[in-house]
Design a protein around this ligand. Structure first.
Ligand SMILES: *Cc1c(COP(=O)(O)O)cnc(C)c1O
Length: 227
């Protein structure tokens, strides 16, 4: 269980088991391999094991890996907090951004997205457990921001993302994820064509899948623990 390929296979098995346990199909769940702090060689090992979608938190670090691996058809997702002075690098280099939580950031990403690229795929980050210092819009702020993004030519709104505090057990984790799932359905019922619910990490992907996640973001279970 030491190689990245073995760990990836183990994570895929966990996803399959989690789907089986709640009557979902594994084909509904995308796996984002979170490669932050790990070198391009680690990403390369994962891609040789069939993994093409990678999540990164630190923009500069990510761009260096993209340059090293530019000959591979990889999909890069920005999952780190985004300051306005970093939006141009995100707009010019990434395929997805999961942490959009302010109108100003969305506007800059849309304006700065090069017209030769397809629109940047975005998720709105929602703060579902209410911590005042956490990133993410409140549930009340969600719909106005989502509607604004739908009107932006450089962006394509795909869904919601959340990072709840670690929960003590499966059931409490599932209940928190259910709140994100309920918001996701509310948006869909309001006419937004969302297909992505980005939630679940190494320690809680089973609970996230039970609550309806369509994309789990898994780092340490694939690449090992970070310092
Ligand atoms: C680091 C990170 C992950 C992966 O976390 P693991 O616990 O290593 O799986 C997922 N999502 C976000 C937003 C992260 O910052």
């Amino acid at each position: 269980m030491n190689s990245i390929a073995d760990r990836l296979a183990a994570v895929r098995s966990r996803i399959e088991a989690a789907c089986l346990a709640c009557g979902r199909s594994p084909s509904e769940i995308g796996l984002l391999a979170v490669s932050k702090t790990f070198p391009a060689q680690a990403v390369e090992q994962a891609l040789h094991a069939g993994q093409l979608a990678f999540g990164e938190n630190y923009i500069q670090e990510a761009i260096e890996k993209m340059a090293t691996l530019r000959h591979w058809p990889l999909q890069w997702h920005c999952i780190g907090p985004m300051q306005s002075n970093k939006t141009r690098l995100v707009a010019e280099n990434f395929d997805w951004a999961h942490t959009v939580d302010r109108l100003k950031i969305a506007q800059r990403l849309s304006e700065q997205r090069p017209s030769k690229l397809p629109p940047l795929q975005v998720c709105v980050q929602v703060n579902i457990d209410g911590g005042p210092n956490k990133s993410g819009v409140s549930p009340e702020e969600l719909m106005p921001l989502a509607r604004a993004i739908v009107g932006m030519p450089g962006l394509r709104l795909r869904g919601l993302m959340c990072i709840p505090e670690p929960a003590p057990d499966f059931e409490s984790a599932r209940q928190v994820f259910e709140r994100a799932s309920a918001l996701f359905r509310t948006c869909q019922h309001a006419g937004l064509a969302l297909d992505t619910l980005s939630m679940g990490m190494s320690d809680d992907l089973e609970a996230a899948i039970a609550a309806g996640s369509t994309m789990v973001r898994v780092g340490s279970a694939i690449f090992g623990s970070r310092n």
